[in-house]
Ligand binder design. Structure first.
Ligand code: GTP
Ligand code: MG
Length: 326
């Protein structure tokens, strides 16, 4: 997509500079952002923004598209390998750009490990299964381990310093800081050719800060707003977004798996793909795609090793013990 903002009707160099400084560096980003948000960030008048947006929408055709055009946009979608061929297959080729993928699982199920692996793999050129770009990693739990990135890169025959140098990491200290960092991605990503964004975990601060039923609506609204920002980011810059989510014990579930993904319907509806991870026998992990619009929900095995993620021939009957997670 062209980033020649001046080509939009009603945008001179001053307005273009204001837009760029606030993170609206592409016409597509302008077209898909709510006008109020652009106004708050840029201080441009509301009516001017409506006019600019109309011009932007004409250029990117955010109105009705033919199925043919929609199909062509999807052809530009790229897929990032996880390092496990079986898991890639289950995902229809890998983690997709222009989409939000949610990793769900209990502690130790491998969510952070998969995020770290992807942060290395995303930097490979597309012909080697990567996205050929850099990575932004928002760490809310302080579990990002640079040493592990060095280890995975080295054992995969890559230059660890180069790989680590291309991962932008930010520690989010609370939910509003996390939101601020997500807003910041709208400039960071296009400026640095970022092709993978990780938020590990999306929800822990929200859960910790908004306790009690009376705060639930506000929490869900904020979460929803930021998940949709992440979707817009993925579409505007053709990048992959991966968020993690803990499973939360649901004491009212008498039957089936008492673990349910946190965040309720908001997370379920916003995320394009959801992958449920769990520990199998002997250190094996089992992954299953859930709620996908087009992928089959077949469980697959992989293992976490020094190299990151790998296929495994080991494992017994653990695939049969599928739980009822929804
Ligand atoms: P929470 O963030 O606590 O919810 O868990 P998580 O799902 O993020 O789990 P994480 O990805 O941190 O998985 C931790 C597990 O990965 C450990 O218990 C180990 O089994 C495995 N692991 C981590 N590092 C290595 C490593 O260098 N080598 C091997 N073989 N396994 C590792
Ligand atoms: Mg983790």
């Amino acid at each position: 997509m062209s980033d020649d903002l001046e080509s939009l009707n009603g945008v001179g160099s001053t307005t273009a500079a204001k837009l760029r400084a606030s993170g609206f560096t592409t016409i597509e980003a302008i077209a898909v952002t709510p006008p109020r948000e652009i106004m708050e960030k840029t201080n441009i008048g509301f009516n001017t923004i409506l006019k600019i947006q109309e011009a932007a929408r004409q250029m990117v055709a955010t109105d009705f598209k033919t199925a043919q055009e929609f199909y062509e946009k999807r052809q530009t979608m790229k897929k990032c390998t996880t390092g496990s061929r079986k898991l890639d297959e289950a995902l229809g080729g890998g983690i997709e750009t222009q989409a939000l993928t949610e990793l769900i699982g209990e502690f130790g199920s491998g969510k952070t490990q998969l995020c770290l692996m992807l942060s290395v793999m995303a930097q490979l050129p597309p012909e080697q299964g990567g996205l050929g770009g850099k990575v932004a990693f928002i760490d809310t739990e302080g579990t990002f381990m640079p040493e592990r990135v060095y280890q995975i890169a080295t054992l995969n025959g890559l230059d660890p310093q180069n790989i680590a140098g291309n991962i932008f990491v930010a520690r989010a200290y609370n939910s509003s800081h996390q939101c601020l960092l997500i807003d910041r991605l709208f400039t960071l990503c296009p400026d640095n050719n970022i092709k993978l964004v990780v938020v590990d975990s999306m929800i822990s601060h929200f859960r910790g800060e908004y306790v009690g039923r009376e705060t639930l609506a506000e929490r869900q609204q904020k979460l929803n707003q930021y998940l949709h920002k992440l979707i817009r980011l993925s579409e505007a810059y053709n990048l992959a977004v991966v968020v993690t989510n803990q499973v939360q014990a649901n004491p009212t579930a008498f039957f089936g798996d008492p673990n349910r993904p946190a965040g309720g319907n908001i997370m379920a509806h916003a995320c394009t793909h959801r992958i449920y991870l769990r520990k199998g026998s002997k250190g094996i992990r089992v992954a299953r795609v859930i709620d996908s619009p087009y992928l089959p929900e077949v469980p697959v095995r992989f293992k976490i090793s020094e190299k990151g993620l790998e296929d495994t021939e080991e494992g017994g009957d653990d695939l049969d013990q599928e739980s009822d997670i929804v």
